[in-house]
Design a protein around this ligand. Structure first.
Ligand code: BES
Ligand code: MN
Ligand code: ZN
Length: 501
């Protein structure tokens, strides 16, 4: 789908479908909706008078063009109560829901009247929200259905955003372009995470990272097992012991600033989590193909960053491996050493995410990362506390927290700050090593974060536990059933804001 921006009047656009917006409870049409209504001899206004069009948020009414306008149909989209302030988040969700409706009606090429009702929004933000909404809402993962009838039907042509005010067109266009990049980065993360584990092994994901790097001009380094051994990444490697798939530690580097300091993005890349010797129950285990969602979000964010070119340095790090049981697997009670020399008693081999992140974070520090954000489907306890609505954030630095909060306001991906009181650390004290990898049932997400904090040390660090939000149960707003691609857009906004200073 192409997304274009043009200035002018909707009724002059050659498109199959026009979209105009009307707010709730207004008796009179205005802006581009009024112009289209005029061309249709008052057919829209008539439906408003008859209460067939109420303007309720998300309401979709189709009116035939009947040869009076170039388009075959005019879609009237309700934007809700005028008093509810229009936000990028509402516009994005409305655009995503609309995009699926348009696809269902085989809408062909679409010309969308921007400006009406989005007046309160900055034009770049409006353009970005609509572009993101369309790209995210239309996403689907159906390539493994070999019969066309089993794939979701419907298609949609190109999208043209029509901005009547000429001096705003450039901003809408800039915003739409950034929205496209954000949407495509998120959809890349969704593609990687939706793929089943037999088709998304550590080697395959490393190949995909290499492809992204080649296409968009990033440096890509894959640390193989032998090199990881030389680097003494004993914690990460202990997770791979039970698998026949070779582990791959992915490093993507973007250089947009001066010097050798980086923002480090570290994503958990467990391509399948059986639990290892501490085997998980069979019920629902297939969901663990998504246990590399953190790594996927880092690769998706790095693609977007490479395309948007902010003037800051970013290193994307994704320690990837399977977590399998076998004769060579790590056993409960084993003691392993991370690359920074700290020792860990492995109480439960199913608490493997923190083991790979320990070396991911230690490696980030060794490479000059002076801010580290890790992203991980780390604990089932996270979805117990925050469900699928908010990502839990553990952060050792108040400034970094405000930066993440700001980025999340832009993306609409909601965060919630979680505690890191020192008392929680008592739960991960080990009798035989510097720490143990589980802290028992109480505060399971917090003790996992306390474990990671020991590797971050004094470096400003944030840990995003995305276990609850990694997937969506159905289509709703920008979310489509399956993997969510959260928090790619938040990470990219965070980096862009850093670059702006
Ligand atoms: N990958 C899981 C966490 C998870 C569970 C993510 C459900 C998404 C959905 C993680 O590796 C894990 O198994 N965590 C354990 C930790 C426990 C053994 C301390 C858990 O949450 O049960
Ligand atoms: Mn696990
Ligand atoms: Zn896991």
């Amino acid at each position: 789908m192409q997304i274009q921006v043009t200035s002018g009047r909707l009724v002059d656009q050659p498109a199959d479908t026009y979209v105009v917006t009307v707010p709730q409870g207004s008796r009179r049409l205005s802006g581009q909706a009024a112009a289209v209504d005029g061309a249709l001899d008052g057919a829209v206004a008539q439906q408003v008078r008859d209460d067939l069009i109420t303007g309720k948020d998300g309401e979709v009414t189709v009116i035939p063009g009947a040869g009076k306008v170039p388009a075959k149909r005019v879609v009237v989209l309700g934007t809700g109560k005028r008093d509810d302030p229009e936000t990028a988040d509402r516009l994005r969700a409305r655009a995503a829901n609309l995009a699926r409706r348009l696809r269902g009606m085989e809408a062909g090429s679409v010309a969308f009247a921007v400006g009406d009702g989005t007046g309160a929004l900055d034009p770049a933000e409006a353009g970005g929200a609509i572009a993101e909404g369309f790209l995210l809402g239309l996403y689907r993962f159906d390539q493994h259905h070999t019969r066309a009838a089993d794939r979701a039907s419907g298609s949609i042509g190109d999208l043209t955003l029509v901005e009547p005010v000429a001096r705003k067109t450039a901003a809408v266009e800039q915003g739409a372009e950034r929205g496209r990049v954000m949407g495509e980065g998120t959809n890349l993360a969704r593609d990687l995470a939706n793929e089943p584990a037999n088709l998304m092994t550590p080697s395959i994901i490393a190949g995909r990272a290499q492809d992204v790097a080649t296409e968009h001009g990033l440096e890509c380094k894959i640390i193989e097992r032998a090199e990881a051994e030389r680097l003494k990444m004993g914690s990460y490697l202990s997770v791979s012991n039970g698998s026949v798939q070779p582990p791959k530690f992915i490093v993507l580097t973007y250089r947009g600033g001066r010097g050798n300091r980086f923002i480090g993005l570290v994503g958990k890349g467990i391509t399948f989590d059986t639990g290892g010797i501490s085997l998980k129950p069979a019920e629902g285990m297939q969901a663990m193909k998504g246990d590399m969602s953190g790594a996927a979000s880092v690769i998706g964010a790095m693609q977007a960053i490479a395309r948007l070119k902010p003037n800051v340095n970013v290193m994307g790090i994704a320690p990837c491996t399977e977590n399998m049981p076998s004769g060579s697997a790590t056993k409960p009670g084993d003691v392993v050493y991370a690359m920074d020399g700290q020792s860990i008693e492995v109480i439960n081999t199913d608490a493997e995410g923190r083991l790979v992140l320990a070396d991911g974070i230690a490696y980030a520090k060794s490479q000059g990362c002076n801010t580290i954000v890790d992203i991980a489907t780390l604990t089932g306890a996270m979805s117990v506390s925050l469900g699928n609505v908010r990502t839990g954030v553990f952060v050792n630095n108040d400034r970094l927290w405000s930066e993440l909060e700001r980025a999340s306001e832009r993306s609409g991906e909601r965060l919630w700050r979680m505690p890191l009181d020192k008392e929680y650390e008592d739960q991960i004290k080990s009798d035989v090593a510097d720490m143990k990898n589980t802290g028992g049932r109480p505060a399971g997400s917090i003790t996992a974060a306390k474990f990671l904090e020991k590797f971050a040390g004094d470096t400003p660090w944030a840990h995003l536990d995305i276990a609850g939000v990694m997937s969506a149960a159905g289509d709703k707003g920008v979310l489509v059933k399956g993997m969510s691609g959260i928090p790619v857009r938040t990470l990219v906004h965070f980096v862009l804001n850093r670059a702006r200073g």
